[in-house]
Design a protein around this ligand. Structure first.
Ligand code: SF4
Length: 307
């Protein structure tokens, strides 16, 4: 059946943000200033414009219509067949969405390339959750993975993220997508960790290729994902494993080790399930019921931490 809507799609259940109703700002054509190796869309020459920009009122009318007939999703996600911050009316759109969103939160998925543009920043600040990508912190690897438009410097993006964090009151999520043999080397990840610590997001999602990519590149296995995640000590790290990503070695921790480990890092329930043996999981539940571990919610995902 053809959808009655032009700009909204879903809702889809996202493991990272809950039930998500999507808004596509560029439904006709991919419009992105990157051409990432791992992109789920077709490869395309990078551009800094969205052709035939939609009218914000038409989008908001669709959202209103959807919400009048359905239960509120956890998030209303602004995305594009490409990069949503290229949309010149983002500020007007978010103001209008915030008026109709009800109990849903507004979320935007951006590659962060425009983070130093004052107008974009003003608009981003009005979202409840902002998710920015950071696949490399050095220019050489950045150009290899994300294939940006000429002139885009990763150093500027990182500095922009650091200052955006200081002025943004909402939930900032950073996503690192790891591509085998491209940005999975220890030195590359160490630089990302260093930048991530300076940015200080509320949460960091580590993932790999999960759907057919634009170019011939490959995912890393689940064990590697967890090893990389463990380098981001001190941040709330969420690992998005792949179904066919292979088994992860189960770890055993005794009570004191659990408390110490959970002080330095928060784990999601899913990561606990994947990482620890049965005995450790039972001890974690026990510590939770005793109040020695606590749960915190960041952008609709629950983490467990030491008190
Ligand atoms: S930034 Fe996103 S939409 Fe653009 S090329 Fe990369 S993955 Fe695709």
């Amino acid at each position: 059946m053809e959808s009655m809507y032009k700009y909204i799609f879903g809702p889809v259940l996202s493991r990272r943000f809950g039930l998500s109703l999507g808004i596509d700002l560029s439904p006709e054509k991919k419009s992105c200033n990157f051409d990432c190796l791992y992109c789920e869309l077709e490869k395309a020459k990078p551009t800094d414009k969205i052709e035939k920009e939609p009218n914000p009122d038409d989008i908001v009318e669709e959202v209103k219509d959807y919400l009048s007939k359905n239960k509120n999703p956890d998030v209303i996600t602004v995305t594009a067949n490409g990069e949503p911050t290229l949309y010149s009316k983002l500020g007007e759109l978010i103001d209008k969405l915030n008026q109709v969103k009800g109990t849903s939160k507004t979320l935007i998925l951006s590659n962060a390339s425009t983070i130093n543009d004052v107008k974009v920043r003003q608009a981003l600040k009005k979202f409840d959750i902002v998710k920015l990508s950071l696949d490399a912190a050095d220019q050489k690897t950045f150009e290899k993975v994300d294939r940006p438009l000429k002139g885009i410097k990763i150093e500027d993006i990182i500095n922009g993220m650091i200052s955006f964090r200081k002025e943004y009151q909402g939930t900032l999520v950073l996503e690192v997508l790891v591509v085998k043999h491209v940005n999975d080397k220890k030195e590359v990840i160490e630089k990302i960790v260093e930048a991530a610590k300076k940015i200080n997001p509320d949460r960091i999602d580590i993932s790999t290729i999960d759907r057919p990519p634009a170019y011939r590149v490959f995912p890393v296995d689940n064990q590697t994902l967890y090893e990389i995640a463990s380098m981001f000590e001190g941040l709330n790290v969420n690992v998005a494993t792949r179904k066919e990503g292979g088994d992860v070695k189960k770890v055993h921790l005794d009570k004191d080790d659990i408390i110490r480990t959970f002080k330095n890092r928060a784990f999601t329930f899913k990561d606990i399930e994947t990482l620890f043996d049965q005995e450790t999981k039972e001890e974690i539940n026990h510590l939770l019921s005793e109040g020695k571990l606590k749960t915190i919610k960041v952008a609709n995902l629950e983490f467990i931490k030491s008190i």
